[in-house]
Ligand binder design. Sequence first.
Ligand SMILES: *[C@@H]1O[C@H](CO)[C@@H](O)[C@H](O)[C@H]1NC(C)=O
Ligand SMILES: *[C@@H]1O[C@H](CO)[C@@H](O)[C@H](O)[C@H]1NC(C)=O
Ligand SMILES: *[C@@H]1O[C@H](CO)[C@@H](O)[C@H](O)[C@H]1NC(C)=O
Ligand SMILES: *[C@@H]1O[C@H](CO)[C@@H](O)[C@H](O)[C@H]1NC(C)=O
Ligand SMILES: *[C@@H]1O[C@H](CO)[C@@H](O)[C@H](O)[C@H]1NC(C)=O
Ligand SMILES: *[C@@H]1O[C@H](CO)[C@@H](O)[C@H](O)[C@H]1NC(C)=O
Ligand SMILES: *[C@@H]1O[C@H](CO)[C@@H](O)[C@H](O)[C@H]1NC(C)=O
Length: 404
Amino acid sequence: MYPKRTDGKRCALACASLLAAIGTLLMFFAPWFYTIVTNFALSLTSKPTFNLWQKTPMPLYLEFYMFNWTNPEEVHKRNVKPHFQEIGPFVFRETKEKVNITWNQNNTITFNHLRYWYFEESKSCCKLSTQITTINAIALIASHMIENWSYVIRKGFDISLSALSAKLWKVTTVDEILFSGYEDALINLARSMPQLQSLSMPDYDKFGWFYQRNGSYSYDGTFNMEYSGPNFGNTREWQYNDYLSYYDKKGECNTVRGSAGEFFSPNRQRDEIGFFSPDICRYVPLTYQDDKDIDGTTGYKYVMGDSWLDNGTKVPENRCYCGDFCTPYGALNISACKHNAPGFVSQPHFYDADPYYLDKISGLNPTKEKHQMFMVIEPETGIPLHVEARLQLNLLVKPIKSIR
Ligand SMILES: *[C@@H]1O[C@H](CO)[C@@H](O)[C@H](O)[C@H]1NC(C)=O
Ligand SMILES: *[C@@H]1O[C@H](CO)[C@@H](O)[C@H](O)[C@H]1NC(C)=O
Ligand SMILES: *[C@@H]1O[C@H](CO)[C@@H](O)[C@H](O)[C@H]1NC(C)=O
Ligand SMILES: *[C@@H]1O[C@H](CO)[C@@H](O)[C@H](O)[C@H]1NC(C)=O
Ligand SMILES: *[C@@H]1O[C@H](CO)[C@@H](O)[C@H](O)[C@H]1NC(C)=O
Ligand SMILES: *[C@@H]1O[C@H](CO)[C@@H](O)[C@H](O)[C@H]1NC(C)=O
Ligand SMILES: *[C@@H]1O[C@H](CO)[C@@H](O)[C@H](O)[C@H]1NC(C)=O
């Protein structure tokens, strides 16, 4: 069983009876939603210019696929796996622009991202008012945060949850989960607990994954990028720092590095490539797979390989991303970057991940064509020809002592 650290034989009996006592309250990674951004090169002949970089002229489309939890009432039942049904796409047109641009003396440029999203109902499967059942993220995140606090606090929180009839799941609209946020008595409760105020909870009055992000120029953070030379396009600093504070100090996990997203160094060899993602606060390495022809131009195709999916078993440098425990191959712990919410990122439908993830749930069906993340790059210029950025957000559901 993962990731309970048990004390060998001494625990065997005690743990077995404890497990029996909590019934089959499973530990599983619940898929919440995944996103796809498809991007094609503007024109193969045009060199990257400042104007194109500053404001993306072509609309980008961000597609969301939600997971509806269809059997939440049965979560305590033996031999019933949580079933998740994909609903989507919900398509948003994205406009992207760089603002607060400063050219520095040291070959770098400092800027922020300003992004807006507009719902495109005609391209979507359904309305934003579609109701779906998902994990009660607020209850889950708050419970997770206080798991190591004293019994009194945990029990008090449990009683409050019962008083509010809060359950492990919640029915909300897609709009609320994503952009508009939903109000929840739990947010006020969590904020009124002095013990929770010391935790780094975002000071929001509502909860939604993209809440307050539409039209925000500060959400993605401030980038410092090289604007010429062999490392053209590389991120040097993020949030005025070349070093992060989220990961284990041993190793390179905290180093800010990789492309800022648009440009990769020119004259590429068939070696690793990577970019810095403010969404998950880390460097994302991609592995060369093969050559791919795009409209007569040969590009190098890069995919998520061991250097990104592995937990330190095959690629020892990845150990510093683990936190206290490593998860099985294929999902990354982004808790440190998300105010300690138990968030984990994988490819959609746990494509290419350890079968561990799919064994615990049902309804998912990974296929390469739909779920593999990849990027094809023109090797001489380093310009991406075709990008399919596909990522799934999952929440870890596990029993927490004294919280029913
Ligand atoms: C989502 O699942 C619930 C059961 O949990 C069901 O009642 C509802 O109709 C489903 N929603 C959609 C949009 O299929
Ligand atoms: C940064 O850009 C935004 C959007 O254009 C603007 O509202 C804001 O005042 C700018 N901030 C600074 C510090 O210049
Ligand atoms: C480059 O100079 C700017 C402005 O002085 C500074 O903010 C930034 O940290 C410098 N970047 C690097 C990589 O040293
Ligand atoms: C984002 O903000 C723009 C401008 O305020 C608005 O028109 C648009 O509907 C918003 N998008 C979402 C998804 O709320
Ligand atoms: C609580 O303690 C356990 C065991 O040390 C640890 O694995 C877990 O990450 C801690 N939880 C939090 C939210 O800090
Ligand atoms: C995830 O990372 C956090 C913060 O580093 C850590 O406390 C937690 O134990 C990790 N969780 C798992 C399941 O690895
Ligand atoms: C790393 O992943 C592998 C494959 O999924 C798994 O067998 C192993 O237990 C994981 N390592 C740790 C330290 O959790």
